[in-house]
Design a protein around this ligand. Structure first.
Ligand code: PEP
Ligand code: MG
Length: 871
């Protein structure tokens, strides 16, 4: 028979998966001989079983719970519903990974009218007894029976008004007694049955409610944000109540062994006399600093300080503890490794190494790579943010905080920024044309688009705050206004957006610049020491590349050359190329672009100082580059000696129903070899120039052909790339070496990687497209249905943000296994957005990738994640 229930005396800290964090630590504290009110833990497996049984607690589990109650009664000497010595318990959730505040808790369980009277008499404190009871009815009704809290709060307010008092504590025992009666009547009115008096019935209701709370929307979102699988389930802890609210010699508190905001070593926390746990958390009364506890409860304080030391030494990490003092006696209710800010995490990890408690590897493993994000971007002022209420929410597509005046076009963004205004660019969606505007803005907000939409990818690349896909915005771009949360916003109105949470705020929330503490460098140096995978960056400009190098990038894994066609002077020539009708016309136009491209590539080689640079040839369909407004069309017509009508006809002919699957990638190189030839010439000339200037650098360009599905495509394009390159090298009398490789981003390429590897010097997984094409989900439109997929538990995460290791990952693994034996020199990387996602980086390490490549601001995250994968 499976064991579903463990007494605290039966578990230990290593049983976290089964007992949850709280349960495992309560058992561990019991083993350490610390003063823990005793009880038992119902396992996470019982939670999973509850869901498998159709949200029922089966007979076997029920029987073990009943047995545990009997044992608990034996250990505590108290009994459920007893007239002499009644047992009251707390029922609390406890998942493997802590999910603070996400699930439910019930306190003071076991109370009924008889028990209240016993407690009142025994304690000589009727007020306390009735207060516990009314709290219990309120909590049980809310959490277990889902009767809204507000009905009870209204009754309390009414009672206070009737009695002419302001504070809860001013209500007398009689008032609270009457309130409990009113609560029970309210319960009956809403539920249609009497409030349960049998403690065992109460307990089963509470356990079910905690299991059920694993699946509440709040918890589901938290799990998605924190990479916690739904399948883990939560444990339930049933623990004897210790009372902090029995009088002035009682109290309750929450404390950390180090400051969770700064990491400073020293006790940090809050304490309230004559109160129960939720009073501290709920902020009903202002708690005192933990140090003041020394005067109120000198003995308990000395003991508490010892407990803190014991626990921190034992867990070798900063602890977050809850405790209660009942008539001067200390009880430990919980301990866990405390949540902390990114800055505190770095300091604590370094301090623990210096204090000899942790090794460097352990310190590296302690930092959550996702937290580093917050250290690299401007942030909202914490107090101002706390006071603000979001008016909408999109995807937190690129972290950071932005506050500025609303503008609706990229041109306005540039213009307003030039005259010193801070702006937030709000668009239905962005396109490559908007890049300069995006750069000028503090942040970008879009109505459409997912985590790999243009706006999201580009913003992350620029390290700029972006909230994408806020479908609640009713946009009127033409009239430069939109409506959100019932309010109309116009050009020039202030708005604030949080690229980490996706929250959108009306008005100004001040921002503060990111600071990188000294410990950041130490942790990164340790990470570099232990990782085996290289980390490159996706960068299209020398400025981005330099930033990435500063952040530790060891090469460029992806330069999207199409982003280079939009600068001053280039777009006109490029448009002439697109609208050419003969090869000569086209070549003439491309000749104008060539020097610009060559200059761009030179800048990249220089920024990387001899580290590898992968340049991907033109990828998006040509229609993305054609002019849309009349003035630009006219300008192009004049330049080409054509009529506006002729240009419009050419533009119309480029229209595609499904551009993502259309005339893009190597298909462009097949139809217009001149483009790829021009790009080859630019790459090779730039490389030769930089090599000459810096003979000590290793300049070996990596030319990458996108969207290959058949080896013959690669062979065809490679032939003229090589011919062009070799001719350039020969003409220059250089010995430059270069590589030609391909992206693996079409499933067929992965399936036939053994053939492709014969022609490719390297593979780079384009997991944005590979995910799109493996699932058959459009990467731009998937946001429309992903929420329904989360609700239906089909997906737990966005597959465009976190790699689908089962399907897409299998194709990657297959491609490596097929490719490497054919070409032992083949090097393999990833440059899709997943290259900066910690769990995806871990997977890349496992399947043997040589490097991951990600946007500049994710480089430190990838370095840390790569180290954690290797440790
Ligand atoms: C990819 O598809 O993963 C990729 C990196 O290329 P892009 O996002 O430019 O299509
Ligand atoms: Mg791609």
């Amino acid at each position: 028979m499976a064991k579903w229930v463990y007494m605290f005396t039966e578990g230990n800290a290593t049983m976290r998966n089964l007992l949850g964090g709280k349960g495992a630590n309560l058992a561990e504290m019991t083993n350490l001989g610390l003063p823990v009110p005793q009880g038992f833990t119902i396992t996470t497996e019982a939670c999973t079983q509850y869901y498998e049984d159709g949200r029922q607690i089966n007979d076997e589990i029920m029987a073990q719970i009943m047995e545990a109650i009997t044992k608990m009664e034996g250990v505590t000497g108290k009994k459920f519903g007893d007239k002499e010595n009644p047992l009251l318990v707390s029922v609390r959730s406890g998942a493997r990974a802590s999910m603070p505040g996400m699930m439910d808790t019930i306190l003071n369980l076991g109370l009924n009218e008889d028990v209240v009277n016993v407690l009142a008499e025994k304690s000589g404190n009727a007020r306390w007894a009735w207060d516990c009871y009314r709290r219990f009815i309120q909590m049980y009704s809310d959490v277990v029976m889902e009767v809204g809290k507000k009905y009870f709060e209204e009754l309390i307010d009414k009672m206070k008004a009737d009695r002419g008092v302001k504070l809860d504590v001013e209500l007398t025992a009689e008032d609270l007694h009457e309130l409990a009666e009113q609560f029970k009547a309210e319960y009956k009115a809403k539920i249609g049955a009497d409030f349960p008096t049998d403690p065992k019935e109460q307990l089963m209701g509470a356990i079910k409610a905690v299991f059920r709370s694993w699946d509440n929307p709040r918890a589901n979102v938290y799990r998605r944000d924190n990479d916690i699988p739904y399948s883990w389930g939560t444990a339930v802890n049933v623990q004897m109540m210790a009372f902090g609210n029995m009088g002035d010699d009682c109290g309750t508190g929450v404390a950390f062994t180090r400051d969770p905001a700064t990491g400073a070593n020293g006790l940090f926390g809050e304490f309230l006399t004559n109160a129960q746990g939720e009073d501290v958390v709920a902020g009903v009364r202002t708690p005192m600093h933990i140090s003041e506890m020394e005067q109120k409860f000198p003995e308990a304080f000395v003991q508490f300080k010892q407990v803190c030391e014991t626990l921190e030494k034992h867990y070798r990490d900063m602890q977050d503890m809850e405790f209660t003092v009942e008539h001067g006696k200390l009880y430990m209710l919980q301990t866990r490794n405390g949540k902390r800010t990114a800055q505190a995490a770095l300091k604590i990890a370094c301090d623990l190494v210096d204090e000899g408690m942790r090794t460097e590897e352990e310190a590296v493993a302690m930092i959550d790579p996702r937290n580093l994000d917050t250290l690299l971007h401007p942030q909202f002022d914490a107090a101002a943010l706390k006071a603000a209420t979001p008016m909408g929410k999109g995807l937190g597509a690129s972290p950071g905080a932005a506050c500025g005046k609303i503008v609706f076009t990229a041109d306005d963004a540039v213009e307003w920024a030039e005259r010193g205004e801070k702006v937030v660019l709000v668009r239905l969606e962005t396109s490559p044309e908007d890049i300069t505007g995006m750069k000028s803005a503090q942040g970008i907000l879009t109505v459409r688009g997912g985590m790999t939409s243009h706006a999201a990818v580009v913003a992350r690349g620029m390290g700029e705050c972006c909230v994408s896909g806020c479908g609640d915005i009713a946009m009127d771009e033409e009239n430069k206004k939109f409506t959100l949360a019932g309010k109309e916003f116009h050009e020039g109105d202030f708005i604030s957006i949080d690229g980490t949470t996706g929250n959108i705020y009306d008005g100004i929330i001040p921002t503060v610049d990111a600071t990188i503490a000294g410990e950041f460098g130490r942790i990164m140096a340790w990470a570099d020491k232990y990782r085996t995978m290289k980390v490159r960056t996706n960068a299209d400009t020398p400025a981005d590349a330099k930033k990435a190098v500063e952040l530790g990038a060891e090469g460029i894994g992806l330069c999207r050359t199409e982003h280079m066609f939009f600068g001053e002077g280039r777009i006109d020539a490029f448009r002439e190329m697109i609208c050419s009708e003969t090869a000569e016309e086209r070549e003439k136009a491309l000749e104008k672009v060539l020097p610009y491209q060559q200059d761009d590539f030179k800048g990249l080689f220089e920024a990387l100082e001899g580290n590898p640079v992968t340049i991907r040839f033109l990828d998006p369909p040509l229609h993305e580059f054609v002019p849309t407004d009349e003035a630009d069309i006219k300008k192009l017509a004049d330049a080409q000696g054509k009529t506006v009508e002729q240009i419009k006809t050419i533009i119309a002919s480029l229209h595609e129903f499904n551009p993502m699957m259309g005339h893009r990638g190597c298909r462009l190189a097949v139809t217009y070899p001149e483009i790829a030839k021009m790009q080859t010439t630019a790459v090779i000339r730039a490389a030769i120039e930089v090599k000459k200037a810096h003979p000590d650098w290793t300049i070996k360009p990596e030319i990458m052909i996108p969207l290959v599905g058949d080896v013959k495509e690669l062979k065809y394009v490679k032939k003229f790339v090589v011919e062009t390159a070799d001719a350039e090298i020969k003409a220059a009398g250089s010995d430059l070496q270069y590589e030609v490789g391909t992206m693996i981003e079409i499933p067929r390429a992965a399936l036939t990687a053994d053939e492709i590897a014969k022609e490719a010097d390297f593979f780079c997984f384009g997991t944005n497209d590979l995910t799109q094409m493996t699932y058959g989900f459009s990467r731009d439109d998937a946001g429309k249905f992903l929420n329904a997929y989360y609700d239906a538990k089909i997906f737990e995460n966005d597959p465009f943000a976190k790699l689908d290791q089962v399907g897409v990952g299998k194709l990657m693994k297959m491609a490596i296994e097929l490719g490497k034996p054919v070409n032992p020199n083949l090097h393999v990387g990833i440059c899709g957005e997943h290259g900066g996602d910690p769990s995806s980086v871990e997977f890349c390490h496992k399947i043997g990738l040589n490097y991951v490549s990600c946007s500049p601001f994710r480089v430190p995250i990838a370095r840390l994640a790569a180290a954690q994968a290797a440790i």
